[in-house]
Design a protein. Structure first.
Length: 303
């Protein structure tokens, strides 16, 4: 009975928390009415979660995917959005058994959804930040991946904090692990524009800085230019990391800078030794790629 009262109290607290933080973690809604309807669905889901916990039906608890929770299990949802009270009521073995179809455990969900509170709690429970999911992504990889809905001014510090907390539990060899696409943490930093540890890795002249991915053969410098993260690109250029490395289409970083019409990066690349005569798979030099782009834009304007 005491457990039932406690869980009822926590369910109500969670719904109050959802109400207060609706704009922070829920998708963008067309209207307040739509947001309230979603919260009503959450209430139904959380009450089912509460009943499963009261009944100690742990098998259903870790297998039941709730449509109201984006087809996550209750524990996956609680991990994703930082509500650790529910997690604290579960035995450690129950937490460890909740694995998604793509082999993600609760720590993967916490890291992917930028929940620092859940990350810290799950690390205390012995979850490893080096465990790969089916795609080879470790929690510390997922911590660097921004979602389209996140406000970068808020979440950059949060994701940096999560990444740092995870790295404290890793040895160097684990930190250097790649996912199945051959992406390492510097590829992630360059792609998503958050760069904890980058200065340290540069000081160590880490091999990760110029490593190429498996399929597209891109270095972190390619990724930084493609995703308009000039601050990261400049650090890599100034340290001559992958300046002349071609990708799978034989495009060097200079080809991509010309294609992006990023004259600042073009100048910095040439200044730091980029080959202006490099030929890509279409037989084009970097400047010819830029000239072709300008011609196509001119034709578009005339039409």
């Amino acid at each position: 009975m005491a457990n039932e009262i406690l869980l009822t109290k926590e369910t109500n607290e969670l719904l109050e928390w959802c109400q207060e933080n609706v704009t922070t973690f829920l998708p963008v809604f067309v209207s307040n009415e739509e947001a309230q309807a979603y919260l009503s669905q959450l209430a139904t889901a959380f009450n089912e979660f509460r009943q499963l916990a009261i009944d100690e039906d742990t098998d259903t608890l870790i297998e039941r995917q709730l449509p109201e929770l984006n087809d996550l299990t209750p524990l996956q949802y609680a991990s994703s959005y930082g509500y650790t009270q529910f997690l604290k009521n579960m035995r450690q073995d129950v937490l460890a058994r909740d694995i998604s179809p793509i082999d993600r455990n609760l720590l993967h969900f916490a890291a992917a959804n930028a929940s620092l509170a859940s990350t810290r709690f799950l690390l205390e429970q012995g979850f490893s930040p080096a465990t790969p999911d089916k795609d080879g992504n470790r929690p510390f990889h997922l911590a660097l991946k921004f979602s389209a809905f996140e406000d970068r001014s808020i979440f950059t510090d949060i994701r940096t904090g999560i990444f740092s907390a995870l790295c404290e539990k890793l040895v160097k060899s684990e930190l250097e692990a790649c996912n199945n696409e051959g992406e390492n943490i510097v590829h992630m930093m360059a792609t998503y524009g958050v760069s904890p540890m980058l200065d340290t890795l540069i000081q160590q002249n880490s091999s990760l800085l110029a490593a190429q991915t498996e399929t597209d053969k891109q270095t972190p410098l390619h990724r930084a230019i493609l995703n308009n993260h000039d601050d990261i690109a400049l650090k890599l250029i100034h340290n001559k990391q992958g300046v002349n490395t071609p990708d799978a289409r034989r495009n060097t970083p200079l080809h991509l800078a010309y294609e992006a019409d990023n004259q600042n990066l073009v100048a910095e690349l040439i200044k730091h030794g980029a080959d202006t005569n490099a030929i890509n798979s279409h037989g084009k030099t970097p400047q010819q790629v830029g000239d072709d782009l300008k011609k196509s834009e001119s034709v578009g304007i005339m039409r």
